[in-house]
Design a protein around this ligand. Structure first.
Ligand SMILES: NC(=O)c1ccc[n+]([C@@H]2O[C@H](COP(=O)([O-])OP(=O)(O)OC[C@H]3O[C@@H](n4cnc5c(N)ncnc54)[C@H](O)[C@@H]3O)[C@@H](O)[C@H]2O)c1
Length: 338
């Protein structure tokens, strides 16, 4: 299929480009480099010998989108472009609503004008909020606890209403759990521009000596070691879920959410221990109080994605830690290493 990938230069998008090309899909990227660098696409090209058309532009720019649609004529869109920092979303709510909601609406209008009827959307497990039961299945009530989570849920609702009004449209809503890890080449990975918001890149920066200590938020949760439990998903598995979702979208109409996780959860201490083994380095930690809005535990019931997308996670915790360390140690300063 011809696939437009918005935000394709980002962490998950770049890994997905490789998996798409490996399966014979033709890709085009639209990215404004708000949180990425053009180096990423050069590396994807080098790893794939693949042809990537790319446009620099904002997903809120209707004229640019018309230009991309006219030049590339996508049969489907994978919509990664967006903002994702939970903490920042509370400080800059209008910015988050603008990029994540106006961006999605502007994209849908452009798809309508161009006759493109399929979209795969990057949603998030944050749409569920405080667990009423675990593992979360897709029928779990949604009650996001952050502005970011609300932008994801609202975008899901917009997409669901869009397809409900047209019998021949498809929206696949992928609710990601916690993406970690890096490409086996160690040439692609997560490259936070500032202080990492996520645990794994933070641990990696402590291991490489860029940060002194890992702050562990809360050790008094009702979990086996007192620290928070999360369902971590290797980014290559997550990338492959998008390829599976495209196959699904080729033969299904309507809107459908899918959890994309492993169904297992690990504590902060498990992650630190796995990383110490992978890197052979000691990770100093400092205990801090719980953060507002953090839940004790979460994990996915991914059985719907397993059954309907034919997708299964294949990478375990060791792979997640080892590939992150390989990427971090080969690219001390991320993509600025080039
Ligand atoms: N990484 C996670 O933990 C996680 C979890 C759940 C969902 N998601 C969602 O997955 C998507 C991709 O996440 P990621 O981790 O790869 O993030 P990322 O920041 O690495 O990638 C997002 C990409 O979108 C681009 N972008 C941002 N605003 C844009 C705009 N207005 N116009 C065009 N391009 C724009 C950025 O430059 C970047 O390349 C996001 O929508 C995010 O909310 C991420």
């Amino acid at each position: 299929m011809r696939v437009l990938v918005t935000g394709g230069a980002g962490y998950i998008g770049s890994h997905t480009l490789l998996e798409l090309m490996a399966q014979g899909h033709v890709v085009c990227v639209l990215d404004n480099y708000a949180n990425a660098t053009p180096t990423v696409l050069n590396r994807v090209r080098a790893l794939s010998n693949g042809q990537i058309t790319d446009f620099v532009g904002d997903v809120r720019d209707a004229k640019k989108l018309d230009e991309v649609m006219a030049a590339f004529a996508p049969e489907a869109v994978i919509h990664f472009a967006g903002l994702k920092a939970v903490g920042e979303s509370a400080q800059k709510p209008l910015y988050y609503y603008d990029v994540n909601i106006t961006g999605t609406l502007t994209l849908l209008h452009a798809m309508e004008r161009a006759g493109c009827k399929r979209i795969i959307f990057s949603s998030s497990a944050t749409v569920y909020g405080e667990p009423q039961y675990l593992p979360y299945d897709e029928a779990h009530p949604t009650n996001p606890m952050s502005v970011y989570g609300r932008t994801k849920l609202m975008a899901e609702q917009i997409l669901t209403d869009w397809v409900a009004a047209h019998a021949d449209r498809t929206a696949v809503l992928l609710r990601y759990f916690n993406p970690v890890g890096a490409h086996p080449s160690a040439d692609l990975g997560e490259d936070p521009r500032d202080i990492p918001n996520n645990l794994m890149p933070f641990i990696a920066q402590v291991a490489i000596g860029k940060r002194d200590v890992l702050e562990v938020f809360g050790d008094d949760y009702d979990t086996p070691d007192g620290t928070g439990l999360r369902d971590y998903i290797h980014v290559v598995d997550l990338a492959r879920a998008h390829v599976a979702a495209l196959g699904y979208a080729a033969v299904h109409n309507g809107a459908r959410p899918f959890n994309i996780g492993t169904g297992q959860n690990y504590s902060v201490r498990d992650m630190v221990a796995a990383f110490e083994i992978a890197s052979g380095r000691n990770i100093p930690t400092k205990q801090s109080p719980r953060r507002a809005g953090d839940v004790a535990a979460m994990q996915a019931d991914a059985s719907r994605a397993n059954a309907e997308l034919g997708w299964h996670a294949t990478h375990g915790l060791d792979d997640m830690a080892a590939s992150t360390w390989a990427w971090q140690s080969k690219n001390r300063n991320g993509y600025d290493t080039d």
